[in-house]
Design a protein around this ligand. Structure first.
Ligand SMILES: Nc1ncnc2c1ncn2[C@@H]1O[C@H](COP(=O)(O)OP(=O)(O)O)[C@@H](O)[C@H]1O
Ligand SMILES: [Mg+2]
Length: 269
C-alpha cells in the first residue's frame, strides 16, 4: 500500500504527519518505508536527527534522485531508522527530477509512471510506503500521486484551505485519473487544527463536512502540539518519562489506528 499525505500548500503538517504516522504504525508492528520525494528534504532531516540523536551533517549518498536517474535498485538507498521503520532519503538534487524526466526519450505515460515502476519491487516488502511531497504541482508530484494507492488530504482549518483542497482534488481527477488512469483514491480528509482558533476551526470543519461528506473526514484530528515543532530540532523522541512525548505519540497513534480502520472499511466495500 502506498500512501501520501498531500495538499497544494506548504506548511500544512504533511511532513510531520508522514513522520509520526509512520512512526506509530511501525510501533504497532507494521513494516514501513518512507520515501522523501521533496527536494527540501525535511523528512530526511527529521529522520536522520532522530536516528543520530544529534545535529550531525550526514551526507546523503545515494539520494533518491541519484538512484532514480542511474536506474539503480531503490533498495540501495534504504536507511534503517528504528524497528520496522526505514527511509529512502532525498537531497536538493530532487529539484532536477522533473526536468531530467521530461528530457527522457519515453512517452508521457512512462514519464508519469517512472517512480511507480521504480517502487514496484519494493512494494511487496512493506505494509505501507509513505511518500512525502513538496507543495508544487510538478511532474515529480504527478509521479508521486500516480504511484499512490491512497492520498490523505491534509486540511488546515482556515477559510482558504477548503478551496485549495477542492482545487487539488480536481487536479488529481482531471490530470491523473482521467488522463492517465491513476489508481489513486482519497482515504480521507485529515483536519489540522490551528492553535487557539476553535471558532474558525469549527466553522471550516462544518463546511468541510458539507462539501466532502461527513464520512470522508477523519474522526480524529491533528492537534497543534509544541512537541511536534520541537522534533524538528531534536528529532523524534519517545521518552516514557516525558508527559509531552507520551501525549504526542498517543495523539498520533489514534490517527494511525484510524488509517488502518479506514483501509479495512474500504476493502470491505
Ligand atoms: N501538530 C503540530 N503541532 C504543532 N506544530 C506542527 C504540527 N505539525 C507540524 N507542525 C509544524 O509546522 C511546520 C510545518 O510542518 P511540516 O510538517 O513541515 O509541513 P509541510 O510538510 O506541509 O510543509 C513545522 O515547523 C512543524 O514543526
Ligand atoms: Mg514537507
Amino acid at each position: 500500500m502506498i500512501i501520501s499525505c498531500a495538499n497544494e500548500k506548504g506548511g500544512t503538517s504533511k511532513t510531520s504527519t508522514t513522520a509520526l504516522l509512520s512512526w506509530e504504525l511501525a510501533s504497532l508492528g507494521y513494516k514501513i518505508l518512507m520515501v522523501d520525494c521533496d527536494p527540501q528534504a525535511n523528512l530526511t532531516d527529521l529522520m536522520l536527527k532522530t536516528k543520530s540523536h544529534e545535529n550531525a551533517d550526514i551526507v546523503i549518498d545515494p539520494s533518491l534522485f541519484a538512484l532514480l536517474i542511474q536506474k539503480k535498485d531503490l533498495k540501495e538507498g534504504i536507511i534503517n531508522i528504528k524497528d520496522n521503520l526505514s527511509l529512502i532519503p532525498a537531497a536538493a538534487d530532487m529539484n532536477m527530477f522533473s526536468r531530467w524526466l521530461d528530457k527522457q526519450n519515453i512517452d508521457e505515460n512512462q514519464k508519469v509512471n517512472y517512480l511507480k515502476n521504480a517502487l514496484k519491487d519494493l512494494k511487496p516488502n512493506y505494509d505501507f510506503i509513505f511518500l512525502d511531497v513538496s507543495p508544487t504541482m510538478s511532474l515529480t508530484n504527478d509521479n508521486v500521486f500516480m504511484a499512490c494507492d491512497w492520498i490523505i488530504i491534509m486540511l488546515q482549518t482556515q477559510q482558504r484551505a477548503l478551496l485549495g483542497a477542492q482545487n487539488f482534488l480536481h487536479y488529481i481527477q482531471t490530470n491523473l485519473i482521467d488522463e492517465f488512469k491513476a489508481k489513486v483514491d482519497v482515504l480521507g480528509v485529515l483536519p489540522v487544527l490551528t492553535k487557539g482558533q476553535s471558532k474558525i476551526d469549527n466553522a471550516v470543519l462544518n463546511k468541510t463536512k458539507e462539501i466532502f461528506g461527513e464520512d470522508n473526514i477523519f474522526n480524529n484530528y491533528i492537534m497543534a502540539m509544541e512537541r511536534v515543532k520541537r522534533y524538528d530540532l531534536t528529532g523524534i523522541t519517545e521518552n516514557d518519562k516525558s508527559v509531552w512525548d507520551r501525549a504526542t505519540h498517543s495523539a498520533y497513534k489514534v490517527v494511525a489506528k484510524e488509517v488502518i480502520e479506514r483501509l479495512e472499511d474500504s476493502s470491505n466495500e
